[in-house]
Design a protein around this ligand. Structure first.
Ligand SMILES: [Zn+2]
Ligand SMILES: [Zn+2]
Length: 382
């Protein structure tokens, strides 16, 4: 089945503004939210579809990639983009995040209530070079975390036998009520952490928590084309849950160090190209570096101007989950020579005399401007 176009999923025009996108997204998300359509598989599918569409379109760079390459920009497998360690990618926030942002506590409470507390999510930063972001890389992360206690097998009970008593503080409900002014508020029980049960005979190593503090070393695959700020989620690699509860997730936040030569603009690479005045005037061939570590020979035509851009197709950055590559733009900067040698000075003086005495000096803009200047003064005199 062909995937629907992201814009039509949200019911907006291709040129829609960020505001229009957000409005359309909110409207549809409210309509198709699973909490409002319990058991409706169609609504759920639609909800996923609009979330996926909005995740891409709200991000300028991803939107640009989508506009250019369509769904191919985000497909798995192309260009070796998959994460070998089973991590999932997120275009800046999964469903959970969207729920939390939009519906806050009022639905979050319902959704999470009554379940066993899972381990904490962990967030770590992975700093990589631009060339590593281009080619993809493997980094080894050292993550301070909590792992399952070996002594009690994560149960928190001495001798591994799970023996719980009903929590005396909350009588097993996991919640306690407290009077605060006129109101009675209900909060999670501190004694049992909301579980409703306490351990009869806590493990001496972990004190009944079922987890111990440890530093884990974890290899993380970073795919080609990642952007600064990309978040990689590794499901189940967060902290171990207390007393055998499921683990949290690990989020790797990718930060890309600035490169001394190349600047990235989405899928494109921009690189300055300073040229000697004479190279620009006479034309030349020059080798330039490419982000993939190769060289490209570029022909600079005679008469190249300052600020001119030279485009090298397909020599730009990699696109996440795609075999496509952007372009490279060389931005010409013509450098006026300074600290001339005696000989250089003589040659340029000769050049200048020639240009001054000749009607076509080779600098039409200069001639045109000073022709207007003469007219300006002549006109003013009458
Ligand atoms: Zn233990
Ligand atoms: Zn309790």
């Amino acid at each position: 089945m062909a995937k629907p176009d992201y814009y039509s999923s949200l019911g907006v025009q291709r040129g829609a503004s960020a505001d229009e996108l957000k409005k359309a997204y909110r409207k549809q998300a409210m309509q198709f939210h699973p909490d409002r359509n319990p058991g409706d598989a169609k609504a759920e599918a639609k909800f996923k579809e609009i979330n996926e569409a909005y995740d891409v379109l709200k991000d300028d760079q991803k939107r640009a990639a989508y506009d250019r390459f369509g769904h191919a920009a985000f497909e798995q497998g192309g260009g070796g983009g998959g994460n070998p360690f089973g991590g999932g990618f997120e275009a800046g926030g999964g469903l959970g995040d969207i729920f939390d942002q939009m519906f806050g506590d009022f639905m979050g409470g319902q959704r999470r209530g009554g379940r066993t507390r899972a381990g904490n999510d962990l967030h770590v930063k992975a700093e990589i070079d631009l060339t590593e972001a281009f080619a993809g890389t493997k980094v080894t992360m050292r993550v301070p975390t909590r792992v399952s206690c070996e002594a009690c097998g994560g149960t928190g009970s001495e001798g591994r036998e799970r023996q719980n008593d009903t929590c005396p503080a909350c009588n097993g409900s996991g919640k306690v009520r407290a009077q605060q002014g006129f109101f009675v508020i209900e909060r999670s029980c501190v004694t049992c952490g909301g579980a409703g049960r306490v351990i009869r005979n806590p493990c001496r190593i972990c004190g009944g928590q079922g987890t111990v503090q440890r530093e884990r070393t974890l290899p993380v695959g970073i795919p080609p084309g990642v952007e600064d700020g990309t978040r990689i989620r590794m499901t189940g690699e967060g902290e171990a849950g207390p007393q055998g509860a499921p683990p949290g997730d690990l989020y790797i936040h990718v930060a890309i160090r600035p490169h001394p030569i190349f600047a990235r603009e989405g899928a494109h690479i921009v690189c300055p190209l300073p040229l000697r005045m004479t190279q620009a005037a006479l034309g030349c061939e020059i080798d330039v570096p490419v982000i993939d570590g190769t060289k490209a020979r570029v022909k600079i035509p005679a008469g190249t101007m300052n600020d001119e851009q030279i485009r090298l197709r397909g020599k730009g950055f990699s696109v996440l989950r795609s075999a496509a590559r952007g372009d490279m733009y060389l931005k010409v900067r013509v450098e006026t020579p300074q600290n001339l040698s005696k000989r250089q000075r003589e040659l340029l003086e000769e050049f200048e005399t020639e240009a001054h005495n000749n009607r076509s000096s080779g600098s039409p803009e200069h001639e045109g401007f000073f022709a207007k200047v003469r007219e300006f003064f002549d006109g003013g005199r009458e």
